[in-house]
Design a protein around this ligand. Structure first.
Ligand code: NAP
Length: 336
């Protein structure tokens, strides 16, 4: 049928209903197994599977890589720092596991494509994609007025990089009618704390993609899951002094969340704090805003050195442009 004849008519197809029953049965089976015999369940889920894990050189990703390899998965470790990935891969191989290193900057779309193509050429398929690599920026909007690149950088890795990886690997998953995509997000998407507009917008975008993708794929064997981590004590939060005094989740617990999602393929993993923040927002939106704002006012924020000093024109603007590919907003002075 030509495009012209189909585009002006609404065509209907007979939907497939059986996959919903299979998914429901699988849901209960794997959730039950995850409670009664989690180690066995993990082994059954990943043994012989190929798992591509981004952000595998540090924090949550590095720990998860070891656990998956120990459970029988072939892990493909992706990050920018080859040396760190090699150390992790060697450790895994010493324990008898299978690990392969793929260096790439996932904020660059060509790197995403190259890593995926190489992984598929080397291993034939990727069964599980874990979009875990992430970049966070903590800065008030008033200090980001001439830092549009904050928004571009977070989107580039957290959103575009993750989606690009998924688009590369989805065709194979759909062909086999089997696959799992896990997108790592944050409880910030439920709680929306101040100072994270750049970071959280990119994670919101990723969650939007995940939600729609999950809805579109529900009749296939491909599942999309999201994890909303609270603060986890990893190198990501180390530069922020106040987090030394803030309750955090241990990396071990964060790993157990990830493994649980791999076993159960549940749509979302979120703790009580996230659910409470979300309920509060829907029930009492203005009160919730005031509470978050109170916390925002209480903690003093040092203005960024570059931002106070300047005008983003001339050489400074050019160097920013060169470093980020972003076009800085030209203004005379930064608002305080
Ligand atoms: N820690 C927390 O409190 C927390 C809370 C909520 C959600 N999360 C999310 O959890 C995930 C893991 O974070 P983490 O705490 O384990 O952080 P981390 O220890 O800082 O690890 C981040 C990982 O991402 C990789 N990465 C960063 N930029 C990259 C790029 N452009 N291309 C490829 N890889 C890149 C890093 O490796 P290279 O530097 O070698 O590239 C590293 O392996 C992130 O998505 C984060 O947003 C963390």
């Amino acid at each position: 049928m030509s495009d012209a004849s189909t585009s002006d008519r609404v065509l209907f197809r007979k939907p497939k209903i059986a996959p919903y029953f299979k998914r429901a049965a699988d849901h209960w089976k794997w959730n039950y197994k995850s409670i009664v015999e989690p180690s066995r369940a993990l082994h059954d889920r990943v043994d012989g599977k190929v798992v591509l894990l981004t952000g595998a050189s540090s924090g949550i990703g590095a720990e998860v890589a070891h656990k998956l390899a120990a459970a029988g998965a072939t892990v493909l470790l992706v990050a920018r720092t080859r040396e760190k990935l090699e150390i992790i891969a060697q450790d895994i191989r010493k324990q008898g596991g299978k690990a392969f290193v793929y260096e790439g900057n996932l904020a660059v779309m060509e790197d995403c494509d190259r890593v995926c193509q190489q992984a598929l050429a080397d291993h034939g398929r990727v069964d599980i994609l874990i979009n875990n690599a992430g970049r966070s920026i903590r800065r008030s909007i008033k200090f980001a007025l001439d830092r549009f690149h904050d928004y571009e950088r977070t989107m580039q890795l957290n959103y575009f990089g993750s989606v690009r990886m998924a688009l590369n690997l989805l065709p194979g998953m759909l062909e086999r009618n089997e696959g799992h995509i896990i997108n790592v997000s944050t409880v910030g998407v439920q709680a929306n704390p101040a100072r994270f507009s750049a970071y959280l917008s990119s994670k919101w975008a990723l969650e939007g993609w995940s939600w729609v993708a999950a809805n579109e794929l529900a009749h296939t064997g491909v599942t999309v899951s999201t994890i909303n981590y609270p603060l986890v004590r990893t190198p990501m939060i180390a530069p922020t002094k106040i987090y030394e005094y803030t309750p955090t989740m241990s990396p071990a617990k964060a790993v157990s969340w990830m493994l649980d999602v791999i076993i159960t393929r549940n749509k979302r993993k979120v703790g009580p704090m996230g659910l409470a923040a979300l309920s509060m927002y829907y029930l009492l939106p203005k009160t919730s805003e005031s509470i978050v704002n109170l916390g925002y006012q209480v903690v003093y924020e040092q203005p960024p050195v570059k931002a106070v000093s300047t005008v983003t024109t001339g050489d400074a603007a050019k160097s920013m442009e060169n470093a980020t590919g972003a076009t800085p907003i030209k203004r005379k002075a930064n608002a305080q």
